[in-house]
Design a protein around this ligand. Structure first.
Ligand SMILES: N[C@@H](CCC(=O)N[C@@H](CS)C(=O)NCC(=O)O)C(=O)O
Length: 211
């Protein structure tokens, strides 16, 4: 059985778990923590980061690489659009959400969830306030415009773009926040819609029970 190394709270590990659930792939989970001594782990994940996928002597790091690989090993249901432009857009949204959106939403998660639980530190509420009032609004403005009237980010089918966009909003919820539906109604409804899919719903419920 293949193995997924990582912890469920990671937005990148969650991306891979959702893709695996969508494609009904069985695997073992190894709870590899992202920080700490990792010399042994670096043998399979050279940057020391989670997630890492291991299948026999085949190892692959990085959520985007792992999901692209799974698309070839388990093509159904497709998580990438076949139209070239839609395919390009899906990759772009994945990149944008894995960087700008993750950095911003996990700043809140880190202060409110990680600091008290793992480092016995009070959250820096000034940093949270600045993130919510200054860093986040332009990102949500952008996503609000991109979603338009669609159910999903690209075309008409759920794709890797939606997996990547919805994942860090789970961390945002762990940080006690959600999208202001008055100001960003499309983003708020979109996140709720994607999180209601059976794949996401089961993973979120499991996380919330353990959180
Ligand atoms: N681009 C990578 C990012 C992975 C990543 O940054 N994972 C974090 C945990 S959420 C990590 O392992 N951090 C440890 C480190 O940066 O050394 C992916 O998509 O998998």
């Amino acid at each position: 059985m293949p193995t997924l190394h990582g912890v469920n709270l990671s937005p990148f590990v969650r991306k891979v778990r959702v893709a695996l659930a969508e494609k009904s792939v069985d695997y073992d989970a190894v709870p590899q923590l992202p920080f700490g001594p990792r010399d042994e782990y670096r043998k399979i994940s050279p940057l020391g980061k989670i997630p890492c996928w291991q299948d026999g002597d085949f190892n692959l790091s990085d959520s985007s690489c792992i999901i692209a690989y799974l698309e070839r090993t388990h093509p159904e249901p497709a998580l990438y659009p076949s139209d070239p432009k839609e395919y390009g857009r899906a990759l772009w949204y994945e990149e944008y959400c894995d960087t700008k959106l993750v950095d911003t939403l996990t700043a809140v998660f880190f202060q409110r969830f990680v600091q008290p639980r793992f480092f016995k530190q009070e959250p820096d509420e000034e940093l949270v306030r600045k993130t919510l009032s200054e860093s986040l609004p332009p990102i949500l403005d952008y996503l609000e415009g991109e979603i338009g009237d669609r159910d999903v980010l690209v075309g008409t089918h759920f794709s890797v773009a939606d997996i990547a966009a919805a994942s860090p909003f789970v961390n945002f919820a762990h940080g006690g926040e959600k999208v202001d539906a008055q100001r960003w109604p499309r983003v708020a409804a979109y996140v709720e819609r994607i999180h209601s899919r059976p794949s996401y719903k089961a993973i979120i419920e499991e996380e919330m029970a353990g959180a």
